[in-house]
Design a binder for this molecule. Structure first.
Ligand code: TYC
Length: 103
């Protein structure tokens, strides 16, 4: 009877390069209704900012229309964005965060 043989070829070398994950910006959008102090509290609570950092981000969004808050991996950015939007909605304000992929 014919005997079958399995020939194991040498494993092809692959370069073990780990790519950096793409980062996503969380952006704070200005509106005419959310109180400044509330925006600052949300930034401190969700993004672990100091009061001074949060004031700076809030004022930049207030003056320019939007401000990049921070960058994260996609899932973290989406979670922080949702937490910020939920905090505004629960308090009856139109506070809005959005995410955008970095180039
Ligand atoms: N423009 C708001 C006001 O004058 C304050 C504010 C700042 C709201 C930044 C949102 O992302 C924002 N009460």
């Amino acid at each position: 009877a014919a005997m079958s043989r399995t020939i194991t070829l040498p494993k092809t070398e692959t370069s073990p390069r780990t790519e950096r994950p793409r980062l996503w910006k969380v952006i704070l959008l200005n509106d005419d209704f959310t109180p400044r102090a509330f925006v600052v509290k949300v930034l401190q609570g969700v993004f672990r900012m100091t009061e001074a950092e949060a004031e700076g981000v809030m004022l930049t969004a207030h003056r320019r229309g939007a401000c990049v808050v921070a960058v994260f991996t996609k899932e973290v950015a989406e979670t922080k964005c949702a937490q910020g939007n939920d905090a505004g909605r629960r308090a009856g304000y139109p506070l809005a965060f959005t995410t955008e992929r970095e180039e």
